[in-house]
Ligand binder design. Sequence first.
Ligand SMILES: Cc1cc2nc3c(=O)[nH]c(=O)nc-3n(C[C@H](O)[C@H](O)[C@H](O)COP(=O)(O)OP(=O)(O)OC[C@H]3O[C@@H](n4cnc5c(N)ncnc54)[C@H](O)[C@@H]3O)c2cc1C
Length: 458
Amino acid sequence: MPVHLVIIGGGPGGVEAAATASRLGAEVTLVERDVIGGAANLWDCIPSKAMIATGGAMALSRRAAALGLALEGVRIDLNALRERVRDISSRLAASNERQLESQGVRIVRGTGRLMGSHQVEIVPSDPQAGPPEVLDADAVLVATGSRPRVPEWANVDGTTVLTTRDAYPPAEIPEDLVVVGSGVTGVEFVHMFRSLGSRVSLIVSRQQVLPMKDPEVAAALEADFLETGVRLVKGARAVAVERQEEGGVVVVCEDGRKVAGSHMLLAIGSIPSSARLGLDRAGVEVNGAGYVPVNHHCQSNVPHIYAAGDVSGRLQLASVAAAQGRKVAEHVMGLHTREHRHLDYDKAASAIFTEPEIADVGLAEAEAFALGRKIRVTKVPFALSAKAMIDGDPRGFVKLISDPATGIVLGGSIVGAHAAELISVIGLAVSARLKVDAIAETVLVHPALAEVLAAAAE
Ligand SMILES: Cc1cc2nc3c(=O)[nH]c(=O)nc-3n(C[C@H](O)[C@H](O)[C@H](O)COP(=O)(O)OP(=O)(O)OC[C@H]3O[C@@H](n4cnc5c(N)ncnc54)[C@H](O)[C@@H]3O)c2cc1C
């Protein structure tokens, strides 16, 4: 009898686990109450990047004259934009679903919860689909993701006070948007709406946007925000929102400052979807914040119950969720005893889809400094790149961090066009422990932005 793996949640973590486990010979049931591809596909990664791509085209149209184009009357067609976002999500969901079904994964539409450590009950999403089904499982993966954190004072109504889930696109492009939260999600939404034509104010709880990032990287983004008229309200914590009779909102900060706008958008993090899953019945520990703590195989304290993705409280990225899902499948099928590398969260590349784009991987300069670790830092601006000049966008730089004794690449940051793509080169070097010479001696395309990577590796 093949091992039966039951997966609750069909986001990137669940989908990748299902695909890998079925390829390795497991019987797999994937329980999803909504859309295959998960929140990543429906609310997070995909729609936000689709809107940002449209915003990018708008921003490019504003620079048209510098590129030798005379454009007039470019405007947003909200219905077409809405259709485009939906179409991308549904095509991705359908292709995920087709692929899983062709591999023999059973997809069940419903809400799953543990009835014991080896039983999962599924309540069908369609009330006509009959009574709940109970499945016996050899192993269970909880990959139920997370949802936006909404403080009580916010009174979200989805029209003037929005979470990120109300923004694809909203009924109208906000004339004057106040974004609360200056982490990765907050700055992406600032960028999205300013490029679609909104005036934007950003409430920043500290003195720097992106508090977890390299200060030089954050400063480059702040400079661009200020240049394009984004108002930064620093050292401010939003505590209330007042709706105005004449329309619009006033966001009140703890220190009494008030920020007025037509709309407010909350981007202050997420909370794990771990309630009502029967975790306590199965003996699975959940920490105070609601996450399921896991070991390096993504096992919970109950060895055959795994957690992957946002609910595991590790790096909240779709790419990491998928990598965890893969590791879970390999562990369920016993492959961890063979050649199997643990997931190294410190070597996961990540990007912020602003303009300029930001991406980083591995050790950051500030982190090395805090650790007292000796590093070699080389920084080369895109302004020196022929391709950046040709594209009319010379903003940003590449920063490469290596070990001065061995030359091994330890990390890097990129600010500039296509940073999310270019970081792959540094990501590969970090995970394969390549030396800077390997990058410097690769004969690259000319003219290409990647030449700046080679220059930084000299
Ligand atoms: C605005 C925004 C933009 C983002 N952009 C990026 C990006 O560009 N790149 C990136 O890497 N990350 C991005 N992220 C983070 C990324 O979306 C998450 O890390 C990722 O979705 C986590 O995947 P997951 O597998 O944990 O599950 P999710 O994608 O959260 O999906 C979980 C699924 O489980 C289902 N589910 C929950 N409970 C049950 C139940 N009881 N029964 C059945 N089904 C259930 C849900 O319906 C959902 O479909 C973004 C996040 C946000 C908020």
